[in-house]
Design a protein around this ligand. Structure first.
Ligand code: XMP
Length: 535
């Protein structure tokens, strides 16, 4: 474990993980612990610095929301963020109260006092020459009296004490949130805190995370056996590779092939995990079952439900067998999942019904409790791009790790209406051509491929026939639509302005190479009002 460690104490803010992310981006090892962690744990952790997170709480109402006493005895720098600053003030002899001036959202903060933390950090200057920071605020309470030894570090019109510092002890408090991207200098501020103020050199890299995570998994699992549902997606693949690195053959991956995967995807998953990594993988070919149960069903939500239910049933049957054990091996007692941090937030307050569906399908919801299995979720604290970095550090191919997302129900929601084997086969081939060409086409303005410049791209099968002409003959065949979008959060998306030459090539290749498709269209609908998938 790195000797340079930052301890983040969580008081229950929605964005505490973002603090950890910013610290990791500064190449410093950190861990989040609950704010009521014991003094012994804090001491044993031996942090170079401590960060206190925000909270919904109030220092004068929630008397147990306090930093442990040791925080102030260790002689290391402390940064309090929002509530963290308020509890710092309250615990060190200042005052906090509710005022009429709540601030939520964008604010401009005047930096004062030239502290080491804020020195030379500014977004603009006022005509009077004051350095200003553009920040994100979210608070009702505020510090109304500085604790002894502190000086004013920042203020806004409605929050006179928006930042405070006791530089001798290395204590800093900011009322705004430096961890969110809306605070433009936030990353620089946290970087400065961990490097200059705490003295960390920043030598921690994702490769170190691998060994630390491996140790944690070994400690949690011991000599027990673990089951993991491998889907071929980024998250489950990285989780599988990481857990396999930690416990080898104690891990068994179950790969349920529902027959609705992309071209050669099932074989690629097996080649990678069973072949290259030499992991134990059970491939269950359930395509016939899925097709049978989907026959005659054209309602999108009904299709999703059927796919989700069958997936859980098939997976469950395998899991039960593994739980029963095999000669010389005890039964599995852990279920591993590739849950990543955004899934954790989403399940706390699912934004839409769809989000709930996404969760229940992906994470075989409820199964661990039903089967009495313990959960192992080694990616729970990572963001998507960190999971990708981790995948690369584990030796997974970049192409796999940087793949566009693929929905759990797979081609089931990309074949409009009833799902048939013939449709799936046609769609797989058209889709593969589209993706091949996107990977091959380099945008001269950026030097990047169009695949990397789109967030998600795929073909959709339309079960309608249209007339065409090929050679001397008339054709009467199916249609595919191409969809390519650019988005940062998948909640809203723009259709990608792909070059005509690229679209032309894709269309011509699909029509010439995939017998059964004679027309290709490009979807130019943004989300909203359209969704990314057609179903
Ligand atoms: P929409 O179509 O809602 O898609 O704009 C947003 C993102 O979610 C993915 N998606 C799904 N993923 N199960 C999944 O695992 C589903 O049922 C599902 N529906 C949509 C979609 O691919 C896109 O990335």
């Amino acid at each position: 474990m790195s000797a340079e460690r930052i301890l983040i104490l969580d008081f229950g803010s929605q964005v505490t993980q973002l603090i950890a992310r910013r610290v990791r981006e500064a190449h410093v090892y950190c861990e989040i612990h609950p704010c009521d962690v014991s003094d012994d744990v804090v001491r044993a952790f031996a942090p170079r610095g401590i960060i206190l997170s925000g909270s919904h709480g109030s220092t004068y109402e929630d008397h147990d929301l306090r930093a442990p006493r040791t925080v102030w005895d260790l002689g290391v720098p402390v940064l309090g963020i929002c509530y963290g600053m308020q509890t710092m003030a309250a615990q060190l002899g200042g005052a906090v109260s509710w005022t009429d001036h709540q601030e939520f959202g964008y604010a401009e903060v005047r930096a004062r006092g030239h502290t080491r933390l804020l020195q030379d950090l500014q977004d603009f200057q006022t005509p009077e020459g004051y350095g200003m920071l553009q920040v994100w605020m979210s608070h009702g309470d505020q510090v109304t009296a500085l604790p002894p030894g502190f000086k004013l570090m920042a203020s806004t019109d409605s929050c006179p004490i928006a930042g405070m510092a006791d530089e001798a002890r290395g204590y800093y408090g900011v009322q705004f949130h430096p961890e969110v991207t809306h605070t433009r200098q936030g990353k620089a501020l946290l970087h400065r805190f961990v490097h200059q103020i705490c003295g960390c050199s920043g030598d921690w890299i994702m490769g170190d995370y691998v060994s630390e995570a491996v140790e944690r998994i070994r400690a949690q699992v011991g000599d027990a056996e673990v089951i993991l549902g491998l889907s071929g997606g980024v998250d489950s693949s990285v989780a599988a590779a990481l857990i396999h690195r930690a416990i080898g053959d104690q891990l068994t991956c179950v790969f349920v092939d529902h027959g609705l995967l992309r071209l050669n995807e099932g074989d690629m998953v097996m080649e990678m995990f069973a072949g290259k990594l030499q992991a134990r993988v059970i491939r269950v070919d359930a395509s016939a079952l899925f097709l049978r149960e989907l026959a005659g069903i054209s309602d999108p939500e009904q299709k999703r439900k059927i796919i989700g239910r069958l997936f859980v049933e098939v997976f469950r049957a395998e899991a039960e067998e593994l739980q029963a054990g095999r000669p010389g091996h005890p039964g599995a007692t852990f279920l591993a999942q590739g849950t990543i941090y955004p899934d954790v937030i989403e399940s706390g307050g699912a934004k839409s019904k769809k989000a709930v569906t996404i969760k229940s399908h992906h994470n075989v919801g409820g199964l661990p409790e039903q089967l009495g299995l313990q959960l192992l979720e080694p990616l729970r604290e990572l963001f998507k791009d960190e999971v990708r970095e981790l995948g690369v550090a584990l030796g997974l191919p970049r192409e796999m790790v940087y793949r566009h997302p693929f929905p759990g129900p797979g081609l089931g929601v990309r074949i409009l209406g009833e799902v048939k084997q013939e449709y799936a086969d046609l769609l797989r081939r058209a889709d593969a051509i589209f993706i091949d060409e996107l990977r091959a086409a380099i945008d001269p303005d950026t030097g990047e491929s169009w695949y990397d410049q789109t967030s998600q791209a795929f073909a959709v099968f339309l079960p309608v026939k249209s007339v065409g002409v090929m050679g001397d003959g008339r054709t009467y065949d199916y249609v595919v639509a191409l969809r390519a979008v650019q988005t940062s959060d998948f909640m809203t998306a723009d259709w990608a302005e792909l070059p005509y030459s690229l679209l032309k090539k894709v269309s011509s290749r699909i029509i010439n190479e995939v017998r059964g498709i004679n027309r290709v269209t490009y979807d130019i609908s943004s989300k909203p009002p359209a969704t990314i998938e057609w179903e």
